[in-house]
Design a protein around this ligand. Structure first.
Ligand code: DC
Length: 216
């Protein structure tokens, strides 16, 4: 697939920020697949059910799209901006739990693939974009960074949204999530075949973006 870049990696590695800048530079769309798992977690919390059938019913025929709001991509579900709800740390943990379920993953695979329009182009970020959802992507990136650096970035992101979090809690929550994401049986977080690995610990966002632009 031309005009398709996948960026996989652990939480806080900079995938979202890099995807946003690349999308603006190239004029392509973005798919923040983590936001979709978080949406599922939010729905599950609202209906107090975790089974794929009940969640599937809630998703059926509802619109899901990303839109730039004041320079940040927001997720709209059924016409409502759900961004602030899905960004909560507990929703991230719940999303990670639900993401273990193969039926949940199947539920949104077609939705994820429908974000790709060959005439526009797509930057898809997540954990299994290059390995499972878009194995035919032209360029695959695996973005990583140290746990301390990732926690620091998450803390800044959450602070900007008015949420205070304790650094030690954040590190342990990220570690817990890394462990679950990497060791699950279905679509574990791994370096996809053919992916370029970029460690962003000591790199600026621009340096990461330039490395990817060089590959295009
Ligand atoms: O990137 P994030 O923190 O918003 O993702 C939330 C959770 O969703 C993450 O812990 C694992 C899961 N996820 C996944 O399993 N597959 C993806 N492609 C994206 C996210």
């Amino acid at each position: 697939m031309d005009k398709l870049i996948t960026i996989d990696g652990p939480g806080g590695s900079g995938k979202g920020t890099v995807a946003k800048i690349l999308a603006a530079k190239l004029g392509w769309n973005i798919l923040d697949s983590g936001a979709l798992y978080r949406l599922i977690a939010l729905i599950s919390e609202n209906i107090k059910k975790t089974d794929p059938d009940s969640i599937g019913k809630e998703l059926k025929d509802k619109s899901i799209f990303f839109e730039l709001v004041k320079d940040q991509y927001h997720l709209f579900f059924d016409g409502k901006d759900v961004t602030n709800f899905i960004r909560r740390e507990e929703i991230g943990v719940k999303a990670s739990d639900l993401a273990h379920n193969q039926n949940i993953r199947n539920l949104i695979k077609d939705t994820q693939r429908s974000f790709y329009d060959p005439n526009i182009g797509l930057i898809a970020d997540g954990r299994d974009m290059g390995s499972v959802v878009f194995p035919e992507a032209g360029i695959k990136i695996y973005l990583d960074a140290s746990i301390e650096e990732r926690a620091k970035r998450r803390q800044i992101q959450l602070k900007e949204k008015g949420m205070e979090v304790n650094m030690r809690n954040l590190i342990s929550s990220l570690e817990d999530r890394d462990l679950k994401d990497k060791n699950r049986d279905v679509s574990p977080l791994l370096i996809p075949k053919g992916a370029k690995v970029i460690d962003s610990t000591n790199l600026s966002i621009d340096e990461v973006v330039n490395k990817i632009m060089d590959l295009i």
